[in-house]
Design a protein around this ligand. Structure first.
Ligand code: SF4
Ligand code: SF4
Length: 261
């Protein structure tokens, strides 16, 4: 019997509320892109090509958060046509910077910003994709790290678990031989509670971490906040620190709530 013809796995890239930065990380894989397209059929990727192949897709990468009722329906369609679904970036994994509105009344914002707010159709909260459908894997970062993205795609092509660390940025600092910016310079840093992925980019240049990869696996946020307070950081600034790219990730949200005056 003749062997079955080989079909490359189909890759789809979807966008919800986001800045497109995480999708660009895929296009940023300049040296690896040709090798990648040897292994997968880029079947749906409107950011990169108007050519479109029909689903189902073997792997869907989803960027962006759910902020409208239309998107809340569309994500179910995406899930239905996807064998595996991986969310990429802080928007998709925690609601992103747009989740800052979750702490306030969105109607108040729209009435201030728009002349005719009645035309704005939006949900009161920006939420992660996993709050709506089953997600096979969440890749953190704002934006994501392109090498981690390649690792995740490779893992799904080979039916294995992605090798993505869940430890903190501190481990990456130690590996790079960095002096701790908190201990050595008294600079407030979210590195101890933030998941690795950036090779400790900011502390390497003597700045504190702003937490763009979101909470690490077991973050001790109360303890870190205590250390920040010893450095003279006010409650208002603590709230601001936890409420940035990953404001609605559970650990950061709870800790920011704890310090809200
Ligand atoms: S996670 Fe950051 S880089 Fe990625 S789409 Fe959202 S805002 Fe842009
Ligand atoms: S803010 Fe933190 S997680 Fe983001 S690049 Fe800087 S050190 Fe890395």
């Amino acid at each position: 019997m003749a062997p079955k013809p080989y079909h490359k796995p189909k890759l789809a890239v979807w966008k919800f509320a986001s800045c497109d930065g995480c999708q660009l990380s895929l296009l940023d894989c300049e040296d690896e892109l040709l090798a990648l397209t040897d292994e997968v059929e880029v079947a749906y990727f409107p950011e990169a090509s108007s050519a479109e192949m029909k689903g189902p897709y073997d792997l869907s990468l989803v960027e962006g958060s759910i902020t409208t009722s239309h998107d809340a329906e569309r994500i179910h369609q995406v899930r239905r046509v996807s064998k595996h679904l991986v969310t990429i970036g802080a928007c998709a994994t925690s609601g992103g910077i747009q989740a800052l509105r979750n702490f306030k009344d969105v109607k108040e914002f729209t009435s201030i910003v728009y002349a005719q707010p009645e035309y704005i159709n939006t949900l009161s909260k920006s939420t992660a994709i996993a709050d709506h459908v089953f997600v096979d894997f969440e890749l953190r970062g704002c934006p994501i790290n392109k090498y981690q993205l390649l690792e995740v795609i490779n893992a799904f092509l080979h039916d294995r678990k992605p090798n993505i660390p869940t430890y903190s940025v501190c481990v990456e600092c130690k590996r790079r031989g960095n002096l701790c910016v908190m201990v050595a310079h008294g600079t407030p840093c979210l590195g101890p509670v933030t998941q690795a992925g950036c090779q400790a980019l900011c502390p390497t240049y003597h700045r504190g971490c702003y937490g763009c990869y979101g909470p690490m696996e077991s973050p001790n946020t109360p303890s870190l906040s205590q250390e920040w307070q010893k450095l003279g950081v006010s409650a208002v600034d603590l709230v601001r620190a936890y409420r940035s790219f990953n404001a609605y990730a559970e650990a950061f949200r709870k800790e920011s709530d704890r310090h809200e005056p």
